[in-house]
Design a protein around this ligand. Structure first.
Ligand SMILES: *[C@@H]1O[C@H](CO)[C@@H](O)[C@H](O)[C@H]1NC(C)=O
Ligand SMILES: *[C@@H]1O[C@H](CO)[C@@H](O)[C@H](O)[C@H]1NC(C)=O
Ligand SMILES: *[C@@H]1O[C@H](CO)[C@@H](O)[C@H](O)[C@H]1NC(C)=O
Length: 706
């Protein structure tokens, strides 16, 4: 039996539940099209939130409790503060004899294809048998409108009646500027208020124990410089009530967390290059500014320590994530603030798993975190999505993340070719009939529009220099016994990204044969031996061409506006070399790449860093380009629309002339789970010399900002 109090708490949400039923089964059926792209890592994550008791005894192996339910990905949990449960505690006593205490959790989930914040209350049979006896679950945000679902939600905290969180639903309106901002929603009234000023990005909010103050890592007023390791954020605090009295308290820091109304912990990568935890003590009286705040380094050099968590009033320990030189895995540990000692937690339970973003219960009795749930006996949830449906902002266009690289669709729209380094595969739209059609390394796939079963690819190393040999080949994948491979380029240079003309006669591709990557057109069947034209010519890189369905245009990415500086924009040209113009201005030093025409030729889908970064990269596993999001634009350069919001690398989109029913598709067989890497730049362990310097800095203990 559930305690009575819960019924009243639930009442607020019944209304929102009924309005928030997903509408992703809608399928107008009258034509339409689909956008499918690669989302790196996402389909392997399978995150759930787990918890361990914090025992006083050293070296006892604690029992891990799984809190979330194994659906979708669930991450960045928070145990609600005791103030948000005060009324319920009174009611528990009225309800009768004590029941086992439930675990109450607020977290981010991507179930139903969109990011939302959920509340779970989980009852266990008893403390020894960790089987769940009952679960109450509901979304905390009413995301009825499709527009509100097309956003990322992150880092929720529930303090009192207020849910404070990050959302990206309001477009910053500026290229390469994040739309991550902090909002509060009063749960009783459903009223949502933006707390972050416009023109500023705020990440990683934390609410003080009283609920009065919120601290954030803020990336203010300076655009985004393209950094993907440590973001250059500063810590600001403001009133949770309305975002006023906003003051910068720490120059250079992220992931703040409060232990009392005037003490914050945060992380930063110090001058010695170790990530460490620092403490900021705010003045109790007088004016608040970076100058009146005292800052001390808390954790020593010699290991990376980040994403701290506190519990109100607890001055004995904090929880942290670590990367030690002795482990390839990210673990949650406690740091004893009195003895300056670490105490291992997750290493005792699952040493070979990455654990992320700890949080502590208000009574300091447990620590929570998320990790990949892995294979569980007899549980279906370890299936992996083949196509993950996402809410689409465009009418009649369904949107999917695909579990493979460089997908492309057969002209009938019933088969997908894709790359997996190494190897090329072909599979049916329902995930069946998976076949390997090429053994070596290849990247980029495109189907011949006329000759059935013929695909084009670039065979060779991806990201090779201009003089690495990469060849354009065609493969007849319908020669089931032995796919015929036909090499179309002959010059042993770097030739890649083939795209056929709609009549199947020509291939446009890029080649580094002159020392620069420019575009060329060759005969699709006989290759460059038969016919070869040079389409562009200049000391820069033109690449990733895509031929329009009416044959009139070729869209491509180029750095010709700033050769060699890593910035790519999109350009258009007629196949006869006339009509050259820029399509997308991606913002200073921006990246806009992998363009693909819509079936009606009126729009183009592409990937870009236009939306900058939506979460502190250190709080997530490896994403080479965490800024990669999918956008569409009209052929005349108007109406840029952002299709995806997340911290995953989304890239290599294709626009398919078929409306794929807007529901998830799972791989028919079990695929290996939890196969992903932690941030490669955390493997770099700074040298010993830096450690000595760091110790000195610590001993000098400069107050204020170092
Ligand atoms: C929080 O704000 C309320 C209302 O302004 C005030 O009465 C209370 O003292 C504050 N609490 C703390 C701990 O500052
Ligand atoms: C080049 O191609 C475009 C588009 O097909 C066409 O409008 C134009 O007349 C052509 N120009 C020349 C010189 O052939
Ligand atoms: C391109 O990079 C060079 C050196 O890497 C630099 O000097 C130059 O200013 C950059 N150009 C732009 C437009 O940023």
């Amino acid at each position: 039996m559930k305690p009575i109090f819960f019924v009243s708490f639930l009442l607020y949400f019944l209304v929102s539940l009924s309005r928030a039923t997903p509408d992703h089964h809608e399928d107008t059926g009258n034509g339409g099209s689909s956008i499918v792209f690669t989302s790196l890592g996402r389909l392997d994550y399978q995150f759930d939130i787990f918890s361990l008791p914090i025992s006083k005894l050293p070296a006892s192996k604690p029992r891990e409790t799984k809190i979330t339910d194994g659906q979708s990905v669930n991450f960045n949990g928070h145990f609600p503060s005791s103030s948000s449960s005060s009324s319920s505690q009174t009611l528990i006593q009225i309800a009768g004899p004590p029941e086992p205490q439930p675990l109450r959790l607020v977290y981010v989930t991507e179930r139903n294809g969109f990011s939302n914040i959920y509340y779970d209350e989980v009852y266990y049979y008893d403390d020894h048998d960790l089987e769940v006896s009952d679960r109450v679950q509901f979304p905390l945000l009413e995301l009825g409108e499709k527009e509100q679902r097309i956003s990322m939600k992150d880092r929720p905290s529930l303090v009192g009646d207020y849910l404070v969180y990050v959302s990206t639903h309001e477009d910053s309106g500026e290229p390469r500027t994040s739309s991550a901002a902090v909002y509060s929603t009063e749960l009783k009234s459903g009223v949502t208020r933006r707390l972050t000023p416009y023109g500023v990005a705020d990440y990683s909010p934390s609410v003080s124990p009283s609920g009065n103050w919120t601290a954030v890592a803020s990336y203010g007023g300076k655009g985004w410089h393209g950094e993907i390791e440590e973001l250059s954020t500063d810590i600001y605090v403001f009133l949770t009530r309305d975002g006023t009295r906003r003051v910068k308290v720490v120059q250079h820091g992220g992931w703040p967390c409060w232990v009392d109304e005037s003490t914050l912990y945060f992380h930063r990568r110090g001058e010695d290059m170790w990530w460490s935890i620092y403490r900021a003590i705010l003045p109790e009286t007088g004016s608040l500014s970076t100058r009146s705040v005292m800052i001390e380094r808390v954790t020593p050099p010699g290991l990376h320590v980040f994403t701290p968590a506190t519990s109100p009033g607890n001055k004995n320990f904090i929880a942290v994530a670590t990367r030690r030189p002795t482990s390839q895995f990210r673990h949650i540990e406690l740091f004893d603030l009195r003895r300056n000692e670490f105490k291992e937690l997750t290493h005792l339970v699952s040493p070979k798993t990455h654990h992320f973003n700890p949080f502590i219960s208000p009574d300091s009795s447990r620590v929570g975190y998320h990790k990949c749930r892995g294979k569980e006996d007899g549980i279906e949830s370890s299936t992996i999505l083949f196509l993950q449906n996402l809410p689409s902002p465009i009418q009649d266009v369904s949107l999917f993340a695909f579990d493979g690289r460089f997908p492309s669709f057969s002209p009938a729209g019933d088969r997908i070719a894709y790359a997996k380094f190494p190897g090329l595969f072909v599979v049916d739209l329902d995930g069946q009939n998976l076949r390997k059609v090429y053994d070596g390394n290849a990247f980029c796939t495109a189907w011949d529009p006329i000759r059935k079963g013929v695909i084009y690819t670039s065979a060779g190393p991806n990201f090779g220099s201009v003089d690495t040999e990469v060849d354009i080949v065609s493969i007849n994948v319908d020669d089931v016994d032995h796919p015929t491979i036909n090499k179309l380029t002959t010059n042993d240079q770097n030739n890649a990204f083939p795209s056929p003309s709609p009549d199947g006669k020509w291939i446009v591709f890029r080649s580094g044969r002159t020392g620069y990557k420019n575009l060329y057109i060759m005969d699709a069947e006989k290759g460059e031996r038969s016919v070869l034209h040079r389409l562009t010519d200049g000391p820069w890189s033109d690449t990733m061409p895509n031929w329009s369905p009416d044959g009139e245009w070729i869209v491509f990415a180029s750095d010709r506006h700033d050769p060699g500086n890593g910035s790519f924009e999109l350009y258009l040209i007629h196949p006869n070399g006339t009509g050259f113009r820029k399509l997308v201005q991606s913002g200073s030093r921006g990246i806009t790449a992998h363009p693909w025409f819509s079936p009606d030729g009126k729009r183009i889908v592409f990937t870009s860093d236009y939306g900058a970064i939506s979460a502190e990269p250190i709080s997530n596993p490896l994403q080479y380009q965490p800024y990669g999001e999918i956008f569409t634009i009209n052929l005349d350069g108007s109406d840029i629309r952002r299709m995806t919001h997340n911290f995953y690398e989304d890239g290599t989109p294709v626009w398919v002339g078929k409306h794929i029913k807007a529901v998830d598709v799972v791989w028919p067989e079990d695929m290996p789970a939890c196969d992903f890497e932690d941030l490669d730049w955390l493997n770099k362990m700074p040298s010993q010399g830096f450690e000595a310097k760091a110790m000195m800095i610590k001993m000098i203990k400069c107050g204020g900002s170092l």
